[in-house]
Design a protein around this ligand. Structure first.
Ligand SMILES: [Mg+2]
Length: 405
């Protein structure tokens, strides 16, 4: 085994207006922010029209570089922007710098335990995720192997992909393995909104024909009765799954929905859930038929592979949210990850563009409904050197000294 240590970890934000790991950070017109999409703030009239109005993109991207003492650099990213940079540079760096990068479990556990007083879910775990992913990139580069090979190799020759999009008709022409469309209206829009939701699904079914799988993403916007009513109303259009209907903390609500919709459609969630403890709740309380961790948010690869193993014991598929190459490697490596999500991030949903925008030079794109990844070491993606990265919390030396006021 190659003896090496982590020399330094650096955390960056990217130039304003760049999408990076925060795909809601769009400056021009774009379906992801311009289409009415029901969300937790839709109950407030003044924030209903656009998710950017309440700051869905307020934090932006964080990019982490982990540099080894022989100059190898690993890259990870997440959302969290400058606040994540603060956590990474001022807190997490002490558990990373000077360490052997092979010890991913130890490093993860120390970051997790040390952030427990203020972390556990959300920003702190997103920051931790970016660090973990950068360390895995280093490990792949040390060993000259792609991350999926470090996890045990490929379980499938090619990875099927479905499209999340406002244009399921185009996605079906591209050969995707089904599409997922956003739920536009929520309980605050009353019966009129419910009828419009049904009309949107009816139109989509009409466009794509009877056999193309269709799913509905509800982005934490609904209530238990509304979700059940909507899913039952969409059954004639052969809805395959209803996603993330409720706020993530409402485990009892998810269990009620899943129980009520058995035989009608599948219930999925997990995109805004964190760590194995969160997924333990979803599994133990029978909240979902499919779990959807985001590898950039959930605790990185180290935690995601534990969740995958735990789900396998309950025969639950893992279909990760977004996260591009970071989830593709995981999905190639494990048998209970049957299909990948691809978010169609062109403004009119009529072109295939990288999920992370300009962040990487060579992010792989799906073709004819499948995603192939390279066997380049690590994640196999290279940071775009043209991109302006800013390091807001530069430290002198490799160890942080906390400013105690
Ligand atoms: Mg979703």
């Amino acid at each position: 085994m190659k003896q090496t240590r982590i020399r330094e970890m650096r955390a960056f934000v990217i130039a304003p207006g760049e999408m990076g790991a925060d795909y809601h950070n769009q400056t021009g017109r774009h379906w992801i922010i311009d289409l009415p999409i029901a969300n937790p703030m839709s109950v407030y009239e003044e924030y209903k029209a656009k998710r950017t109005s309440w700051g869905i993109n307020a934090l932006g991207t964080v990019v982490v570089e982990v540099e080894l003492d022989d100059g190898v650099i690993g890259i990870g990213c997440s959302i969290g922007g400058e606040p994540a940079c603060y956590i990474i540079e001022k807190h997490l760096s002490r558990f990373v710098e000077g360490q052997d990068p092979h010890n991913v479990e130890l490093i993860w556990d120390q970051m997790w335990r040390a952030t427990m007083p203020y972390g556990r879910k959300g920003l702190a775990i997103q920051a931790l995720s970016a660090v973990d992913l950068a360390i895995w990139d280093c490990l792949g580069k040390i060993r000259g192997e792609p991350v999926y090979a470090l996890l045990g190799g490929k379980t499938k020759e090619k990875l099927p992909v479905y499209a999340t999009t406002s244009r399921p008709d185009i996605a079906s022409h591209w050969g995707f393995q089904g599409a997922k469309i956003p739920c536009r209206y929520g309980p605050a829009d009353g019966d009129g909104g419910l009828k419009k939701n049904i009309a949107v699904m009816a139109e989509a079914r009409e466009q794509v024909g009877p056999d193309f799988p269709l799913r509905l993403d509800c982005y934490m916007a609904l209530t238990v009765p509304y979700a059940i009513k909507l899913a039952k109303a969409l059954a004639p259009y052969n809805l395959e799954w209803i996603e993330e209907c409720l706020p993530p903390d409402d485990y009892d609500g998810y269990a009620a929905i899943k129980s009520a919709l058995t035989g009608i459609c599948l219930v999925t969630t997990g995109e805004h859930e964190y760590t194995r403890y969160g997924f333990r709740e979803l599994i133990a309380r029978k909240c979902a038929d499919i779990l959807q961790p985001d590898i950039n948010w959930v605790g990185g690869l180290t935690e995601a592979r534990r969740i995958v193993a735990m789900a396998a014991a309950y025969d639950l598929p893992i279909i990760p949210h977004g996260s591009s190459v970071f989830s593709y490697h995981l999905q190639y490596a494990f048998t209970n990850c049957p299909i990948a999500e691809f978010l169609v991030m062109s403004p009119q949903a009529d072109k295939l563009v990288p999920l992370f925008g300009e962040l990487f030079k060579n992010e792989p794109l799906p073709k004819d409904g499948y995603l192939e990844i390279s066997d380049a070491p690590g994640w196999g993606v290279e940071l775009n050197s043209q991109l302006e990265l800013v390091r807001p919390y530069v430290r002198s030396g490799s160890k942080v000294t906390l400013e105690v006021g």
